[in-house]
Design a protein around this ligand. Structure first.
Ligand code: NDP
Length: 314
């Protein structure tokens, strides 16, 4: 097969706030970046509704619209935005070799990885159908829409505990759906939810179906020991069963933690490979906010720019 080969100074992989911010900075610096969007152009924000916590939008903005604005701003300074998935990399040589859709080969002096992470879901049809209509994987993003109402959250790790506590500050009641008779979360986080009178923990409980036509109005759960089913009236259903960073394609070259989050040198976006930088949720399992992703995207572009300048001076 004939392969098209292209040479770029900066290749950005991923199109969430981190990738587009890196693109804005790199293009304004005259580096003519190319950005490949990945399978979900715009990233996780395109599956949320209102974004009210991104500074600069006093009235809030819809997630997909905000990502359109990010894209336009990146394109305005010359970023070439292309649809495509990175399907292979070879970071053992310079320039770095990146394959897109198993067809296009790009030779890049620097690569900025901003592939993000994907929330894990339970896999129920009703969960997909009601996504963004009461079903959410981000309490910090969407909890506010359910203030004064009853909600449920699935999961028993530190994230679920943290988000349950966050929701308890806003909502009138929080059901915590835990599939075993114990939690995975650290003891201090468990104590926090157990001592919160607004949180009711449902042990050995799993989700059968989320109820509602156009919006969530309940959930049917079952006890996996007794098989007893019951329905809870809720208007928000939060899933907090972990995230999966989208970093698989880089794993032969880039150092990661056990969960697949890319390790960066503290205070920078540098990875273990020279000229490869990582930003956004692909390297951050702690904050995971649009604004923090954008911040690290900016850092990655500046790190790439400095790296290229140093290369030229040699
Ligand atoms: P975890 O993988 O730690 O926990 C996932 C939880 O979801 C587990 O309780 C698991 O249950 C449950 N779960 C998984 N699949 C299903 C399913 N299909 N149905 C029902 N429940 C399910 O993910 P987290 O996001 O909580 O945490 C990720 C990492 O980030 C951890 O290392 C955590 O410590 C860290 N973190 C630290 C924080 C802090 O220190 N402040 C805050 C947030 C995260 P089971 O236990 O039965 O497998």
């Amino acid at each position: 097969m004939n392969q098209e080969i292209e040479r770029v100074k900066v290749l950005i992989v991923g199109s969430g706030p981190a990738g587009y911010t890196a693109a804005i900075y790199a293009s304004r610096a005259g580096l003519e970046p190319i950005l490949y969007t990945g399978g979900q152009p715009g990233g996780q924000l395109t599956i949320t509704t209102d974004v009210e916590n991104y500074p600069g939008y006093p009235d809030g903005i819809m997630g997909p619209e905000m990502m359109e604005d990010f894209r336009k701003q990146a394109e305005r300074f010359g970023t070439k935005v292309r649809y495509g998935m990175v399907t292979g990399v070879d970071f053992s040589q310079k320039p770095h070799v990146v394959t897109v859709d198993d067809q296009v080969t790009v030779h890049a002096d620097t690569v900025i990885i901003s592939t993000g992470a994907s929330a894990k879901w339970l896999g129920l049809d009703s969960e997909t159908r009601l996504n963004g209509k009461g079903v959410s994987a981000c309490a910090v993003c969407d909890g506010f829409f359910f203030r004064g109402q009853d909600v449920a959250i699935v999961g028993a790790g530190d994230t679920a505990c943290e988000e349950a506590s966050y929701l308890a500050n806003i909502c009138s009641k929080v059901y915590m759906i835990v599939r075993r008779d114990e939690m995975r979360a650290s003891q201090i986080m468990q104590n926090r939810v157990m001592n919160n009178p607004k949180i009711e923990i449902l042990w050995n409980t799993e989700t059968d179906e989320i109820l509602g036509e156009d919006e969530v109005n309940g959930v049917r759960v079952y006890n996996n020991v007794t098989q007893e089913k019951k329905e809870l009236k809720i208007s928000g259903f939060f899933v907090a069963i972990g995230h999966q960073p989208n970093t698989e394609v880089f794993k032969d070259f880039i150092h990661m933690d056990e969960a697949g989050y890319i390790k960066t040198i503290p205070g920078s976006t540098k990875t273990n490979v020279e000229g490869v930088f990582a930003c956004g949720d692909a390297q951050d399992h702690i904050y995971r906010q649009a604004v923090t992703a954008a911040g690290t995207g900016c850092m990655a572009a500046l790190d790439a720019e400095r790296y290229l300048a140093a290369m030229e001076n040699h």
